[in-house]
Design a protein. Structure first.
Length: 209
């Protein structure tokens, strides 16, 4: 789901995916008096959202002519909740999105971390097994680390205001490499890396100029 929100005195555009965004839009509508516009590629989710949000459009955010119905220079926020990794070309989307932000507007994105210890250990074990959900969601088309995230935003017209982290310890992650198969020094090294427990990056970025 890709959503836009109009609140009293402000316009906000949100980009989300899966049904969580519908809940976000409902909360913003009911509790904050926002007018929420959504873009949704899934037809069924679109029908659900139509009963809860101000406006809902059905289509693929990467191929839909968004300029026909989005407000240029009018949205305070672009919110991408676990959506950029599902795109074929998130760089192009981010570059396009800079035209939709109002002065002082910003973008918030949550992005899975491919440098989590669980992913590194799977790779060392010769595996890269896609799953229904999580870091190796079978629907992910792009994979990011902290460095590649920073580069992506800086190259698409944004400056990063701050980066926060959603951390999850190795034992609680859905990936299940056989830890007993690794020498202790390897486990110690991998788990000591700076982003070893970072499951997801939370990025706030504003226009670079």
């Amino acid at each position: 789901m890709h959503m836009g929100v109009n609140a009293p005195g402000q316009d906000e555009f949100f980009c989300c995916i899966h049904h969580f965004c519908i809940w976000v839009g409902q909360v913003l509508t009911e509790n904050a008096g926002c007018k929420v516009t959504g873009l949704e590629i899934d037809e069924q989710a679109c029908k659900v959202a139509q009963g809860l949000l101000w406006r809902v459009f059905h289509g693929d955010v990467e191929t839909l002519d968004l300029e026909k119905f989005l407000t240029y220079d009018g949205y305070d926020v672009i919110l991408c909740l676990d959506v950029l990794e599902h795109m074929r070309d998130p760089w192009k989307f981010l570059h396009r999105s800079t035209a939709w932000l109002a002065p002082g507007g910003y973008l918030i994105a949550t992005i899975p971390n491919m440098a989590h210890a669980s992913v590194l250990l799977e790779l060392l074990d010769g595996k890269f097994t896609y799953r229904e959900l999580g870091l190796l969601d079978r629907n992910h088309l792009r994979f990011f680390t902290l460095t590649s995230i920073e580069q992506m935003f800086l190259r698409t017209g944004y400056k990063i205001d701050f980066i926060d982290r959603n951390c999850v310890e190795l034992k609680y992650v859905e990936l299940n490499a056989d830890l007993k198969s690794f020498p202790p020094e390897v486990l110690t090294f991998v788990q000591s890396l700076p982003e070893a427990t970072t499951y997801q990056f939370i990025v706030k970025a504003s226009l670079s100029s």
